[in-house]
Design a protein around this ligand. Structure first.
Ligand code: MTE
Ligand code: MO
Length: 255
């Protein structure tokens, strides 16, 4: 690749990052100028990170650096009736469905998920709002489940369908997100059921949430109901691959 091309792609990515900043909507309560300042400081760093190979690991931290408070953000207490019923039953009836372009669809209880090899990682969460928090996550690697379900060759993206809806009912559009197979198979991409050594609480996405450590906070789908392997996400909700991407955010939110 020539230097000119490198520079051009850097500018395109920087432009995309600015787009994200300008359109940020999950930043209620923070003055726009403050967001711009905070985000501008992050921009140089973020642009450099974008040049790192996508397979590279995100930094992991010492347990002493775990944030005393990990701010729950976005939905923090879903009110959809199906979620409330599961929560009231201590998630005993919860099943993670793995569907779509797979040879062998899965339906797994939390005990079954916990019986699989677990990965623990201490990483930094980075929300477009301008705050970060370091947390410890334990869960099953997404790749483990995809290999069990056996992806069909046409599968290109993994979609995460969540329980929560902005309207707080089952009828409204529910949160969803999607990632490609490079991120899906990344060693740090896990479905987490524990946070900081304890069972994941409702505010942070119980009973199961995604950790995908090379992307921004809004990609970290909480309250996962179903995982679907697809060839394209054009026909899902707004067609942009995620709740916030449908509302102007970048689909690829690399950090
Ligand atoms: N299902 C669902 N997942 C979600 C959200 C949400 O509202 N609903 N908010 C996103 C945003 S913007 C952020 S910053 C993180 C917040 O995760 P936390 O609550 O553990 O801090 O979750 C992301 N995942
Ligand atoms: Mo966020």
């Amino acid at each position: 690749m020539t230097a000119t091309l490198d520079r051009r792609s850097w500018l395109a990515r920087a432009g995309a990052a600015i787009g994200v900043i300008a359109l940020s909507a999950c930043e209620r309560g923070v003055a726009f100028s403050e967001r711009l300042r905070v985000s501008a400081e992050a921009l140089t760093y973020r642009s450099q990170r974008l040049l790192i190979p996508r397979e590279a690991l995100a930094p992991e931290y010492d347990a002493r650096l775990i944030s005393p408070f990990f701010k729950p953000n976005g939905s923090i207490d879903p009110a959809a009736a199906d979620y409330v019923a599961l929560r009231d039953g201590g998630f005993a009836d919860y099943r993670l469905e793995v569907t779509g372009l797979v040879e062998r669809p899965l339906s797994l209880s939390l005990d079954e998920l916990r019986a699989r090899p677990a990965r623990t990682q201490i990483t930094k969460h980075d929300c477009v709002e301008g705050w970060t928090a370091i947390g410890q996550w334990t869960g099953v690697r997404l790749e483990t489940l995809l290999d069990e379900a056996r992806l069909k060759p046409e599968a290109r993206y993994i979609v995460f369908h969540c329980y929560d809806a902005l309207t707080q009912t089952e009828d409204g559009p529910r949160y969803y997100e999607s990632i490609d197979l490079v991120d899906a198979r990344h060693p740090q991409t896990i479905l987490a059921y524990d946070m900081n050594g304890e069972v994941l609480g409702v505010p942070n996405g119980a009973p199961l949430r995604l950790r995908i450590e090379r992307q921004l906070g809004y990609k970290q789908a909480k309250y996962i109901r179903r995982i679907e392997a697809v060839e394209s996400f054009a026909d899902i909700q707004g067609g942009k691959g995620g709740y916030w991407p449908d509302r102007g955010y970048e689909w690829y939110a690399g950090i």
